[in-house]
Structure formats: structure tokens, C-alpha cells
Design a protein around this ligand. Structure first.
Ligand code: ADP
Ligand code: MG
Ligand code: ZN
Length: 474
């Protein structure tokens, strides 16, 4: 019997305004090679200067994962040649990274937990992009020098499920901290998966294979499955030593296989050495105090929702599953409505109406509007049924809630005068039913309510109607 051993390296692009070592913008929608300067083009003589915002964001992440923040850390040079890196080296942190010895708790569906240790998180510069266009290749250096945080786990995961839970948790923390977009498709959250197998019970680590740049959770799970099968088969066939070597492999989603890309370099191949153009990174007490202040994280928020609003864990986990969702819910609550209604109107009514490219962030109905709509149900202005119509309308038209209610003519009549007249008319038109009701046929009460609602074309406030009829019928 074998056990799978997995460790992850995640490259997170930090959402700073400017690059890691120069003041070029980090925006990617500009014309190629326009966000560049002598530093990120690696022209001779240009010197790097560390962007403090990067340090701030790295310390926030370190705080969120309960890690040690090194008050002194260093940059190192990793040498390699590639056309999208004009300096022919990458500035990274090998020997003493800014963040070390963290941990992340993952939660299984059955309520149990596991802690995955994080070895380190270090700052490094991203390369540019090679664009292959038929016979020619072009280089765009707009991305060169963009700050990355590489977060390296210990080999603590044992299957694809744990990997996905870990990645989702890490992703969510980055979004809550707002230190990066963490968009997998766009490459701002890049995952390398290191996989090995070993006989169950064996403590030692066997040869790992690194699978690079897989851009969806589904493919990551598939790649692990395929790689484990390949290694297990080699072991069972007695050719493990010959066939499994430390290397970098690619996941081919079309062929459904992992394929060798290149032999894994050893650290020595990179000729690492301390970066001579940069000073050591010193984190002062003052910086530490300021930078380690972080917003509420998903786990804490979830516990607070359970506590504060008395909702069950499942609902709280749905509401905290993304930072956008959590903020939407909280903004709705600011309208002074019940948590239960906010939950339903957000997760069932609004989300049920979002189609295709629409999501809660770009919906015409923002949290303030949806909160006000719920408020109008709670204060009796409209019925729940009418509110659904209002919401349909608001999804298509940019109007505010009250004017939409007016436009659609859905305001409930709570004005006793008007309703009293309708009640009197209904009673007068049904003397036989009144007699039966007063003779003890309680069930007929519903009939009267129904008639009044019908006469008012559904606009009567049912509670007011109930009270009026009770009083009139005795
Ligand atoms: P490199 O950049 O050379 O890949 P790192 O130290 O950055 O090296 O990352 C190594 C990753 O591989 C870590 O996530 C670590 O947990 C994982 N790892 C190390 N040994 C094994 C192994 N035998 N099986 C699976 N994962 C491993
Ligand atoms: Mg690696
Ligand atoms: Zn630059």
C-alpha cells in the first residue's frame, strides 16, 4: 500500500501599484513594453529599490498564516537565461526569506481539520512574457519586475482533496487580505504541485516530480491522480528507480497525461548568491506594528456570523466563501434587516437571478439596494411576493428600490381607511358566510382574507387585513 505525498508552491502576484524594484505601473492592459524602465529592462547601471508596499503585503500574509516574520531578510540572485528575463537572473529570497514557519488549517466536510505547515513565503520578481506568433516569438516586458510572493508548503498533503482545500483556503485568505487578485486563469495565482509516493508507514521522502502551472482545481486533482498512477505503476513493475526521477513535468489536459518538460535543476545550477545591488531588508518595530494589522479572516468571520446572527455553520460558510460575498452580506446588514432575510435574499433570490457573466460584484443590484428591498418587506411596504417582482425589475433597470416599487405599483395598502371599506364590502356581500363563521366555522376566516386580498389586487397588507377582519367579524 502506498501513500501520496504532496507539497505546493504557489506564486501569488501582489496587487501593488508599482513594480517590485522600480516605479513602473503593474497594469497589464497597456501596450506591450510600455510599462518599462532601465531597471526592469535590466539596462547596465540601473539599480533596484525595494517597494515598501510589497513588504507590507508580505507581512500581512505572514501574519495571517501565523508565521515568523524575519526582521532581517535578504535578496538573492538566481541565475538562468530565458528571453523574457533580460537580466538573466531573478531576484528572489533563498537563504533568509521574509516569512517562515507558518501554518494553514484546512476543514473537511465532516467537520474535522488538518494543519498544513508552510515552510516559507518569499518575495521575488516576475519575468516578462514570451508571445509566440507563428514563426516568430516576441517578448513583452510589461510584467517583468512585478512582485510575487511564493508560498511554499511542507509536503503535508496526502491527496487531491487536501490540496484543493489548502488552495481554496489560501486563495480566500489572499482575497480577504486584498493583497492580490488571485485569479487562476489570468495567472495571478500559479500553482506548482510536487508529488511523490512512498510505502505506507515509511517516514522518508522519495523522489518528487514537480508539475508546473496547472490553472484549475479540477486539473490539479486530475494531474495528481495521473502522476500517482504513473509512479505507483513504475514501483509495482520494479522500474521505479529507472523511471521516476526528479524533474519538471507538464500536465496535458487534452492527452490526459503528465509529460516530462525538463530535468529538475538543483540549487547549484542556479548559482545562487546574495544580491549585491540591494540592502538587507530590515523590518522595524514600527513597520511591524503597522503592517501586521490585518482584516478579519474567513474563519473568524464565519465564527462571528454563527455567534452574532445565530446562523448555522453551513450558512455562515456559504456567506464567507468569498470576500465579495461576505462584504455584500455585511453591507446588507447595515440596512438594519434580519440576518435570515439577508441570507435568503442574497443566496437564493439574487444569486438565483445571476446568469452568465453576472456576479454579485457587477450586478445592477448592489448590497445597498438588496438590503433596502428587504427592509421594505420587513416594514410592510411590500409583500415578499411583490419584492420578487421588484427584484426582477431592478436586475434590468437602474432604479432605486422605492421608485421601482412606485413604478410597478406594488405598494401594500396598510391604510386602514381604504382597507376597512373593502372589508365592509366583502362582509356585506357574503351574509351567509358571515353567519356560518359566527356559528363556529372558523375555517371561513381564510375565505374573507382571500376575498379582501383579491379585491385589493394583492396590494393589501395581510396583517392589517387580518386585524380588521378579526375586529369586524368578532
Ligand atoms: P524548488 O523551487 O526547487 O521546487 P522548493 O523548496 O521551493 O524547491 O519547493 C519544494 C516543494 O516540494 C515544497 O512544497 C515541498 O514541500 C515539496 N516537496 C519536497 N519533497 C517532496 C517529496 N518527496 N514529495 C512531495 N513533495 C515534496
Ligand atoms: Mg519547485
Ligand atoms: Zn521599471
Amino acid at each position: 500500500m502506498f501513500e501520496t505525498v504532496i507539497g505546493l508552491e504557489v506564486h501569488v502576484q501582489l496587487n501593488t501599484k508599482t513594480k517590485l524594484f522600480c516605479s513602473c505601473a503593474t497594469s497589464f492592459n497597456h501596450k506591450q513594453n510600455t510599462n518599462t524602465c532601465p531597471t526592469c529592462l535590466a539596462l547596465p547601471g540601473a539599480l533596484p529599490v525595494l517597494n515598501k508596499e510589497v513588504l507590507h503585503k508580505a507581512i500581512m500574509l505572514g501574519t495571517a498564516i501565523d508565521a515568523t516574520i524575519n526582521t532581517t531578510s535578504y535578496f538573492d540572485r538566481k541565475s538562468y537565461f530565458y528571453p523574457d528575463s533580460p537580466s538573466a537572473y531573478q531576484i528572489t529570497q533563498l537563504y533568509t526569506p521574509i516569512v517562515e514557519h507558518g501554518a494553514l488549517k484546512i476543514d473537511f466536510e465532516d467537520g474535522s481539520h488538518k494543519t498544513i505547515r508552510i515552510n516559507r513565503a518569499h518575495i521575488e520578481a516576475d519575468a516578462g512574457k514570451n508571445i509566440h506568433d507563428g514563426d516568430i516569438s516576441k517578448v513583452d516586458l510589461n510584467r517583468a519586475g512585478t512582485p510575487l510572493l511564493e508560498i511554499v508548503s511542507e509536503p503535508d498533503m496526502r491527496n487531491g482533496e487536501e490540496v484543493v482545500l489548502y488552495l481554496k483556503k489560501l486563495h480566500s485568505i489572499i482575497r480577504y487580505l486584498d493583497i492580490g487578485d488571485a485569479n487562476m486563469q489570468e495567472g495571478s495565482f500559479r500553482v506548482d504541485v510536487n508529488v511523490s509516493i512512498r510505502p505506507k508507514g515509511d517516514e522518508k521522502l522519495y523522489t518528487r516530480v514537480e508539475i508546473k502551472n496547472i490553472n484549475s482545481f479540477k486539473f490539479i486533482q486530475k494531474a495528481i491522480e495521473l502522476e500517482v498512477a504513473r509512479q505507483t505503476e513504475a514501483w509495482e513493475d520494479g522500474v521505479y528507480k529507472e523511471e521516476i526521477c526528479q524533474e519538471t513535468r507538464l500536465f496535458d489536459q487534452v492527452k490526459q497525461e503528465t509529460r516530462s518538460m525538463r530535468g529538475k535543476e538543483e540549487a547549484a545550477d542556479y548559482r545562487y548568491f546574495p544580491e549585491p545591488d540591494l540592502l538587507k531588508v530590515s523590518v522595524t518595530d514600527e513597520m511591524m506594528e503597522k503592517f501586521s494589522v490585518i482584516p478579519e479572516l474567513p474563519d473568524q468571520k464565519m465564527a462571528r456570523f454563527v455567534d452574532e446572527y445565530g446562523m448555522n455553520e453551513y450558512s455562515a460558510s456559504v456567506l464567507t466563501s468569498s470576500v465579495e460575498m461576505a462584504h455584500f452580506f455585511e453591507a446588507m446588514m447595515a440596512c438594519g434587516i434580519s440576518a435570515k432575510n439577508a441570507l435568503t435574499w442574497l443566496t437564493t433570490e439574487l444569486q438565483g437571478r445571476l446568469k452568465g457573466e453576472m456576479n454579485i460584484s457587477n450586478s445592477l443590484v448592489d448590497a445597498q439596494k438588496l438590503g433596502s428591498l428587504v427592509k421594505r418587506i420587513e416594514d410592510g411596504t411590500i409583500s415578499g411576493k411583490a419584492a420578487k417582482e421588484v427584484l426582477d425589475y431592478l436586475m434590468q433597470n437602474s432604479a432605486d428600490v422605492d421608485s421601482a416599487i412606485d413604478t410597478l405599483g406594488l405598494k401594500q395598502v396598510s391604510d386602514t381607511g381604504a382597507l376597512e371599506a373593502i372589508c365592509d364590502a366583502v362582509i356585506a356581500a357574503n351574509p351567509d358566510k358571515v353567519e356560518q363563521y359566527q356559528g363556529g366555522k372558523d375555517k371561513l376566516f381564510g375565505f374573507f382574507v382571500g376575498q379582501v386580498m383579491k379585491e385589493s389586487k394583492g396590494s393589501a397588507n395581510p396583517q392589517t387585513v387580518n386585524e380588521l377582519l378579526k375586529a369586524k367579524l368578532g
